[in-house]
Structures are given as C-alpha cells and as structure tokens.
Ligand binder design. Structure first.
Ligand code: PEP
Ligand code: MN
Length: 331
C-alpha cells in the first residue's frame, strides 16, 4: 500500500481479496502496510487489485515462503522487546544459563549478565534433552523464577515452549517464546506460536535447509504473528571437533531471502566454552541481528550444558569485544 494510506483503503483491499476467496494478511511495516494474498490455487490477476485506491504495487511472490520473503516486504522487520530491537542493525545480546536451576543461581547470573550489557535473559524451564534421564527442567517453578529475574533486574526473559500443551503457560511468563531446534518442524507448535501475542525465537533445525527454516517461520506468520526472530545455532555435520558446525554463511543468505531478523547462538553450535568466544566475535562481525550466549556462574556444577557455558568474567570481556567489532562494521 502507499505510504500513509488510511485504514478505510486497507479495509477495502482486504475485502476485495477475500471476496475472491483468498486470505488477506496485512503486515504493518516501517512506514507502509503490505497485504499478503494467500491460499490462491492458481495465479492471481493483478488487475483485480492494482486499481484500488491506496494500492502502490501488486507484486507476485515467486518463493514458496510468501509472508516471510523479502519479495513481499523489502524493509527489515524490527522486533522490539524491552530496550532491545532485533533487525535495526543493533546487536542485542541474550544471555543466561541453559536451564533455570534455582533462585540463587539465576539471580546471580542475571545480575552479572545485565551488568555486562546483556539486553535479555535466557533460561529453560522445559528442557528438550536427548536423554530422558537428564535434567528435564523445573517446569512452572522455573517460569516463576524467570518472572522474578525480570522483576529484580528489569531484563525481559526468553524461554522455550516444548509442546502445544504447555504453550499457554510459557507465554504467560515469557517475553519471547523460544521454539527449539528439535521442534522446528513441529507444525502444530508453530501454528500455536503464530496465534501468540509474544515474539517467537525460532531456532534452526539440526539439519534444516534455509528453505525449510523459512517455511517453518511462514507457518508462524501465516497464523498472524509477524514478530519472529530466526536463530542459527549450528547444524549437524561430520566433524568431531565441535558439537555442531556454526553455519555463519546462512546469515547473509537468510538476510537476502527474508525481512525477519536473524541472530546467532554460538554456544549450542560449539558445545565447548573455548570456541564460543571467537565464534561470538564472528557473529558480531557478520552483521547478525543479535547473539545468544549461555553463561553460568558455576559451570562445573551446571545441570545442563556446563561445558559450553561462559564464566561471567569471560562473558563480560566478550561483550566488550563484540561491541568494539560491531561498532566497526556498523559504519
Ligand atoms: C536452548 O537454547 O536451550 C536449546 C535447547 O537449544 P537448541 O534447541 O538450539 O538445542
Ligand atoms: Mn543449552
């Protein structure tokens, strides 16, 4: 739609789309609204809409993913949470332990990452673990502790919803709901996230192509939620020197294809603390829209992912490095 088009024109275009049996999905942008035409079986005749008042252009989207594509919306989507903006060329950092373990632990970690400059706190209350015998998370008690972190530090919290059943509970407490790697193609969960008012952090599947990942984001957006942050977290390869392989090249590739912000989690890619620091610096140099890092005050005793968790001091020095690198590439 043209810049500054009034609501009446937008409503009129939506009605014209729906009258033809298609679905209309308006997506507010920076200074203009785009209206997606979905569920068309064949090609859409542009002439039906191009003459309507307020319409700037009718653009056919050639990609299988429609709403998330840059063809559909050229300008970057900004996802705002607390003080942080994902997608506006800043570098918000999300930090915290893998799992919420107890109050003393998370309050201590939250205070140290806040001081170091993290904009959001992370911590799992429902943990997707490879083994059923590993710590599964504190559940609702963990969510309550995250609410306490937000209250005490002012940091918004990011936590994972593992299934449709616990989604409502998680979104009640979370400022951003994470969908984990193992659930990237859990289509019922994606649809449920699409109905949420909360922004969604969508991690890339263990062996997902960029196209599969964007199709997963399309499921969320198709349900009406356009506040989606993509998160690269390493993919499964043949190597043994790291837990996964951080696919840095997916960042520029994704930015070309989608208007959604894309952040990087070097912790789950590396699996080893010593690799996290250089990889996080690379994320800052890459033009990623944010970084997520695991930090623990006592990683030797951590109930999950201790080996990849940074000590608070390391995190603080990493923040200075990332900020310095980001300041250079931003120019
Ligand atoms: C996590 O971030 O806590 C997590 C489990 O990550 P992933 O889904 O990337 O393995
Ligand atoms: Mn973890």
């Amino acid at each position: 739609m043209k810049k500054g088009t009034d609501d009446k024109n937008i409503k009129n275009v939506i009605e014209a789309i729906e009258k033809r049996g298609y679905t209309a999905r308006p997506i507010p942008g920076g200074d203009r609204v785009s209206i997606g035409i979905l569920h068309n079986a064949g090609s859409v005749d542009r002439a039906h809409f191009s003459g309507l008042s307020g319409v700037k252009e009718v653009i056919p989207v050639t990609k299988p993913y429609k709403l998330v594509s840059r063809e559909f919306k050229q300008e970057n989507t900004h996802v705002r949470v607390g003080d942080a903006v994902f997608g506006n060329a800043s570098l918000p950092v999300i930090a915290g332990p893998c799992a919420v373990e107890n109050e003393t632990q998370i309050l201590a970690i939250a205070e140290s990452v806040r001081k170091a400059g993290a904009k959001l706190f992370r911590g799992g209350a429902f943990k997707p673990r490879t083994s059923p015998y590993s710590f599964q998370g504190l559940g609702e008690k963990g969510l309550q502790l995250l609410a306490k972190v937000r209250q005490e530090t002012g940091l918004p919290v990011v936590t994972e919803a593992m299934d449709v059943e616990n989604f409502a509970l998680v979104e009640e407490y979370a400022d951003i709901v994470q969908i984990g790697t193992r659930n990237m193609q859990n289509f019922s969960l994606l649809k449920r996230a699409g109905q949420s008012r909360r922004p969604v952090l969508l991690k890339r599947g263990l062996s997902a192509t960029l196209q599969e990942w964007l199709m997963a984001a399309e499921y969320i957006m198709e349900e009406g939620n356009s506040n989606i942050i993509l998160c690269e977290r390493g993919i499964r390869t043949f190597v043994r020197h790291s837990r996964n392989t951080l696919d840095l090249s997916v960042v520029p590739a994704a930015k070309k294809e989608t208007h959604l912000p894309i952040i990087v989690d070097p912790s789950h890619a590396a699996g080893i603390r010593d690799q996290v620091m250089p990889l996080a610096c690379a994320c800052a140099a890459l033009g990623a829209d944010g970084v997520m890092v695991e930090v623990h005050n006592n990683p030797e005793e951590a109930l999950s992912d201790g080996a990849q968790s940074l000590y608070p001091d390391q995190f603080s020095s990493l923040m200075s490095k990332m900020n310095a690198i980001h300041a250079i590439i931003k120019e």
